[in-house]
Design a protein around this ligand. Structure first.
Ligand code: SF4
Length: 512
């Protein structure tokens, strides 16, 4: 049985929700073996080059979403935007940026959750409504978006996308609040789940973080203007000063009058996403009051204390495990080396040769450095195991390159549940740790020994307490209610995307 923390009676849900059978067979999540964030947001208020600065900020946040990007800017209160499929550099060429004039802009990078991206889901979404225009971009996932969508549709609303953001937009448009920021706050008072979002009506930028604070959101300053960003690394790229992180439950309004802070929501215990520290955020960022680099090194150090082993070399699965491997190496005294080199120029699409190449999907991203591996007892560090298929291929590559022993150490606890708050995870049944013991996973991946970091080791590395975090993918304690049909709706939404656009995934096994 799952545990739930401090939900009001109205928020209570059925424990059976994660086992609801879906007509489509319960497929969920992209067909690869990593977790993915679903978005990053960036905005600038009060700078003549707002769109160009937003473009640069999105560049720094590219790791949070690689399949779609958009910028909406405002000139004299009039919104103009451009969105497209692909990386930021693909979507925004010089002539496009030149068309985005104004001193206010919000931008978004998106990770599409299934199959290919479709343009109508790329954000910021921009609409005209009775009181003018607005645009909105959102990082996170709402657990009651499906119910709200049903209610809105019954009331005559027409949706053009399958994003949660459009639900928020509909709620804002229906608000009777005369002031845009108050309408946004009122709309957000009706949603449950994770959001760090930016909205604009062309005159103000409203930034909001949900009451539990799952996802990070920064406020920076640039000259007389203001900057909002999912991570601090995006403030650095434009030399914006770090002001502070927006607190859980805060709505921050940037306008000609300066910054206004509202706290319109009922207080909730904060529930930071632990996976932001483990994998999602860039190591050069500070989020949730902590250096991601320092936390990841402590994850590795704690792993070395919890699961020591005699070996010649510590090596990461690059790049997300580099810091944890450094921490393990430093704590254990075992030398660090890069046994794999990552190709940073691989996009999502490549042409596979007709002739089968063994482990092609892994090879195109990671190539082994044989001289570093041959004849060595290796401690391989990875940040997580999702389905285990990629790990198995990486480990078989190590064996082929002459590693004499492979000891697999994972800088997170076993992932046993899907995330409902904006990290794309496979259905529970496809998570290897949900059905296999550590020893069974050891055998499946083909290693000499396997150990995961404990939840206590994870918490210790952050310097916070367990109550500060969402750990639902590890411990099944979802911090919000989740409707019984949530997983089913998620799947159907993805199928809707597929059926209306590109049928690129047929439920076959992942390419690697
Ligand atoms: S379930 Fe896991 S990935 Fe999702 S918000 Fe909680 S800790 Fe993060």
């Amino acid at each position: 049985m799952s545990k739930h923390t401090e939900n009001s009676p109205a928020e209570r849900i059925s424990e059976a929700n994660r086992h609801v059978l879906c007509p489509n067979g319960g497929r969920r999540g992209r067909a690869d073996d990593r977790l993915h964030d679903e978005c990053g947001v960036f905005g600038v208020f009060g700078h003549p080059e707002a769109a160009t600065l937003t473009y640069l900020g999105l560049y720094a946040l590219q790791h949070r979403g690689q399949e779609g990007a958009g910028i909406v800017c405002a000139r004299d209160g009039h919104l103009v935007g451009h969105r497209g499929i692909g990386l930021v550099a693909d979507v925004f060429k010089a002539h496009r940026l030149a068309q985005l004039e104004g001193d206010l802009a919000i931008g978004h990078v998106r990770y599409s959750t299934f199959g290919t991206s479709i343009l109508k889901n790329v954000q910021p979404l921009m609409v005209d409504y009775a009181r003018g225009s607005m645009a909105l971009g959102h990082n996170g996932n709402l657990v009651n978006a499906g119910q709200l969508r049903d209610e809105l549709e019954e009331d005559g609303a027409i949706f053009q996308s399958t994003t949660d953001s459009e639900v928020i937009i509909q709620l804002i448009a229906r608000s009777k609040q005369p002031r845009f920021a108050d309408a946004v706050a009122e709309a957000l008072g009706k949603v449950i789940g994770a959001y760090s979002l930016l909205a604009t009506n062309g005159e103000t930028i409203v930034a909001a973080r949900d009451p539990r604070g799952f996802r990070p959101l920064w406020l920076g300053r640039l000259g007389d203007g203001f900057v909002f960003a999912s991570e601090s690394c995006a403030l650095d790229i434009i030399d914006a000063a770090w002001d502070r992180e927006i607190e859980p439950g805060e709505v921050v309004v940037a306008s000609e009058k300066g910054i206004e802070v509202m706290t319109p929501f009922e207080r909730q215990p904060r529930k930071l996403c632990a996976f932001e520290f483990i994998y999602m955020a860039r190591p050069d960022s500070v989020i949730f009051g902590r250096s991601v680099d320092a936390v990841r090194k402590r994850l590795g150090a704690n792993l070395a204390r919890e699961a020591p082993v005699a070996a010649d070399l510590v090596m990461p699965v690059p790049d997300s495990s580099n810091q944890a491997a450094l921490g393990y190496s430093h704590e254990s005294g075992i030398p660090f080396d890069m046994g794999f080199i990552r190709n940073h120029y691989v996009g999502r699409t490549f042409i596979e040769p007709d002739q089968k190449i063994r482990d092609f999907g892994v090879k195109i991203k990671l190539n082994p450095t044989r001289s570093a591996i041959e004849g060595k007892r290796i401690v391989l560090i990875d940040d997580s195991i999702v389905r285990g298929t990629t790990s198995r291929k990486i480990i078989s590559t190590l064996r082929r390159c002459g590693a004499t022993e492979v000891h697999f150490r994972v800088s997170s606890p076993p992932i046993v549940n899907s995330c409902h708050y904006g990290i794309d995870t496979p259905n529970r049944e496809r998570l290897i740790a949900s059905s296999k013991s550590v020893d069974e996973i050891r055998k499946f991946t083909g290693v000499d020994s396997l150990a995961y970091l404990s939840i206590d080791g994870l918490i210790d590395a952050t310097g916070y307490s367990r109550d500060d975090f969402c750990l639902a993918c590890f411990d099944n304690a979802y911090p919000t209610p989740v409707p019984d049909d949530f997983a089913c709706r998620q799947n159907n939404r993805r199928h809707y995307d597929l059926s209306t656009d590109h049928l690129t995934y047929d439920g076959a096994p992942a390419p690697y």
